[in-house]
Design a binder for this molecule. Sequence first.
Ligand code: PXG
Length: 482
Amino acid sequence: MATDESAVLAASMISAGIPDVETFDTRAIQALDAAHFLHPFTDHAALRGKGARVIVRGQGVYVWDSDGHQLIDGMSGLWCVNVGYGRTTISQAVYRQMETLPFYNSFFNTTNVPAVQLAAELVALAPPQFSHVFFTGSGSEANDTVVRMVRRYWDIRGQPERQVIISRHNAYHGSTLAGVSLGGMAGMHAQGGLPVPGIRHIGQPNYAEHGQGLDENAFGLVAAGWLEDEILALGADKVAAFIGEPVQGAGGVIIPPPTYWPEVQRICDKYGVLLVADEVICGFGRLGAWFGSELLGMRPDLISFAKGVTSGYVPLGGVLVGKRVAYALVEQGGDFNHGFTYSGHPVACAAALENLRILRDERLVEKVALETGPHLKAAFQQLATHPLVGHAESCGMVAGLNLVRVKGATVHDCVPFERTLQVGMLCRGHMFGNGIIMRAVGDRMIVAPPLVMTKAEIDEMAARIWMCLDLTLADAQHRGWM
Ligand code: PXG
């Protein structure tokens, strides 16, 4: 489309105000989108043929597209809309803050009231070893901050040679240079000569993939042992920190065996290595605790967070800093030459304060632990009986199931589909077509619904998933894949 044409179309859409769901011109928006909008992680040539799905409205656990279709948002936007859509009190808090002070920086000995209040509130919610917060604009920036902070910590402590940060294959820690490098996604490393030096990766505690011949708890100890092997190979005096998501999210909802994190903690303590929990997904109630690390037996020195801190209403991230790192930075280190224009953005912090109030007053974290999380688990156990499903796992309000060609008695007896068939994408298509948003990570289908999802809504979601599994099974059989 010519630029003039786009401008006229854009202007007419704007002058019409925010239209009703029915009045969107989907094709026109898709054409403008294809002409100008570079999306994250997208094959644009392929997208242009199909046209992007246009999401226009959200309420509770539902979103609507520009053709008026209602979808259950099984992914909370992107693992973040924890309190659900349409929370007027968050919009009001944001509006009030914008009217009062839309922005001021927190450099040059300056602060603002919502950022101070939020820092104090986050420290009060966090495990007792935490005393400070560094604010960023996203989870990726939070993990960049982690890299700079742990290296700075060891400088201050007189051990500047402790530079290496150990992470895990298939981890996701963001898309900035440090985030991608910490992450363990081969496809991301292949673009742009990454990872940056000083970052190493070990295996992930994925029982289904690597635990053949072991029971789960024995495998957890083996997988934690890979960390000790790597520390010894590098020399403990070279290792600054180990970083991990309590439960791996984008990697496919990989829930580690119960023995894994306590053993990792023991190893970090033994060699004086800092432990960093990336709680960008797991934080703020997702697993049924304020922080997933508390639940899984980690005692981290740093916690990176984002997403659920504002339920995604406004971008905000940060790093919670434990006392031993905070003491070095605050009492011994002088200037830490690091920061972002939007560190402690007053509007984002106001949104977070209201979001935390909702989580607390509606007891959403307790509900996930005691009511909705167990209900989701039962629903996924039921889905695991479907002939197309090999196994299913859940923790709080995240869950995943594996599509398999042949079901087996245990996770290790299932026969997967050929990877190139992309059965997960086929299944995801049926899900979207039938009013449910799920993520496909290879052949693993995952959900992370809003924490406000009721038991009845979980049942509705599970029923739609079952129906789409039936459709996928019939489709796969029709294509001769099984
Ligand atoms: N850490 C973790 C654990 C994440 O899940 C980030 C850091 C980066 O956060 P920002 O705010 O910079 O995006 C994330 C983000 C997916 C998917 O495909 C997951 C994320 C982002 C994009 C896609 O599931 N998580």
